[in-house]
Write a protein of this length. Structure first.
Length: 191
């Protein structure tokens, strides 16, 4: 599989594929929860939001994509924000001994899927994480990621790579519902 930096100029079909993966990814973040049926997740709404989010003109976001080596099918992507925003209102530290740097890099979203031609899709997420960790500018200071409490699979994935829980917060999802999100931290190589 090949992993490369996503470029907005790859063409509308490729970009629509990325938007479709974005909607699919939201449907997998919370077990038993479907977002794609909500009006705000209609393709036209998602495309405009993802354009701004994944291809920020100011360079504040880097998106890597994993492509099938033969078919070039999009198998996954990871979006890294150069600087996390302030912690949301209601944030509670669960590891007060861990001092996070101000506005560290943050994995804002990671999504993988099973290839259309079969196979199990194993290794796509790990390949994307390896690509992120290869970036010294992020790995040296540490990387933040948020995971829903009910998404045990995602938590286990990040913990396998060395992330540990440092906080939690209640966030609004969908149409006014609330869920607990855990904040996980991967200590930097120079901290």
């Amino acid at each position: 599989m090949t992993v490369s930096t996503a470029l907005h100029g790859r063409g509308p079909l490729w970009y629509r594929g990325l938007c479709a993966r974005g909607v699919e990814s939201h449907d997998t973040t919370l077990p038993g929860r479907t977002f794609s049926t909500l009006p705000r997740y209609a393709p036209s709404n998602v495309e405009s939001v993802l354009t701004k989010r994944l291809f920020a003109e100011d360079g504040s976001v880097t998106t890597f994509v994993a492509l099938h080596p033969d078919t070039k099918e999009l198998l996954g992507y990871v979006e890294v924000k150069e600087h996390a925003g302030p912690f949301p209102e209601g944030y509670q530290s669960t590891a007060p001994e861990v001092q996070l740097p101000e506005s560290p890099p943050e994995i804002h979203h990671l999504f993988t899927k099973v290839p259309r031609d079969g196979g199990n899709g194993k290794g796509v997420g790990s390949t994307l994480i390896q690509r992120v960790l290869a970036e010294e500018r992020w790995a040296s200071v540490g990387i933040l990621v948020g995971c829903f409490e009910r998404n045990r699979r995602a938590q286990a994935f990040y913990q396998k790579w060395g992330w540990r829980q440092v906080g939690k917060v209640e966030v609004e999802v969908g149409e006014g519902d609330k869920e607990i999100a855990h904040l996980l931290w991967l200590k930097g190589t120079h901290t």
